[in-house]
Design a protein. Structure first.
Length: 249
């Protein structure tokens, strides 16, 4: 089964549109529809989180369906809207979603919220109540934590090795790094994920990391997954992403 896949978007609407254009070009060349799977972290750090959610809410006008996985940044945003005092259990307690390293203020700014550093959190939250549309909240509420096909699992951060998919903890699916990034065991299906930013996508044999750092100004790189085979999409066409023998990071 073919699937088009995008890593972390992080409010980069221009990169999202460019990636979808590359997918449309590949569809035109091959004449085959397939779903587009977005691996989460739609929000934070980039300038246009609201536009990204609007774009994804609009859905496809042609081709296969769109599937959007929940990322940890999407969860933190949604959690803030309900209660700004609640801490995501996966987040280092030294930080909050509004810390500059996380990018929550960038997301609120995209909705028109005044995010001046001296404003109390309660004021930011109160203004956000009137500026974040209900359809955006409902969309974020209903994002799945993973998507499974016969040959691959699509998830934001990864999986806990040795734990059945049905028993995976949501925090692991959205946050895991330790015990996952250095694991080389065969998980059965290929695990396709994002979350840990690299300079470019890497295929480790048992998993593929597609987070190429769009949240830090690098390009959003779309991929095609067919079985366990992976290609990156470029303006020139498909570029095979072959398993790397280097140590996992």
């Amino acid at each position: 089964m073919r699937a088009y896949v995008l890593g972390d978007i992080h409010g980069q609407i221009d990169q999202l549109r460019r990636a979808h254009a590359l997918i449309a070009a590949d569809r035109a060349r091959t004449g085959e529809d397939a779903p587009i799977i977005h691996l989460g972290d739609l929000t934070d750090r980039g300038p246009a989180s609201r536009d990204v959610i609007d774009y994804l809410l609009a859905g496809p006008v042609a081709g296969g369906r769109w599937i959007t996985i929940r990322g940890n940044h999407d969860f933190m945003f949604r959690l803030f809207l309900d209660d700004p005092t609640v801490q995501d259990p996966g987040l280092n307690p030294a930080y909050t979603w509004l810390h500059d390293r996380l990018g929550g203020r960038d997301t609120l700014r995209s909705y028109g919220v005044d995010v001046a550093e001296d404003r109390p959190v309660a004021d930011l939250w109160a203004e956000a109540q009137g500026r974040v549309p209900l359809p955006h909240r409902v969309f974020l509420d209903n994002l799945p934590l993973l998507h499974r096909t016969e040959s691959a699992v699509f998830v934001h951060a990864g999986i806990r090795p040795g734990v059945p998919l049905i028993a995976q903890e949501p925090t692991d699916l959205m946050w895991i790094r330790q015990g996952w990034l250095d694991d080389r065991s065969d998980h059965g299906p290929l695990v396709v994920h994002g979350h840990t930013a690299l300079d470019a996508p890497v295929h480790y044999g048992n998993r593929v990391n597609l987070d190429a750092g769009a949240g830090y100004g690098r390009p959003l790189v779309p991929a095609v997954v067919e079985g366990r085979d992976v290609w990156l999409l470029t303006e020139e066409g498909r570029d095979p992403l072959l398993p790397d023998t280097a140590p996992a990071i």
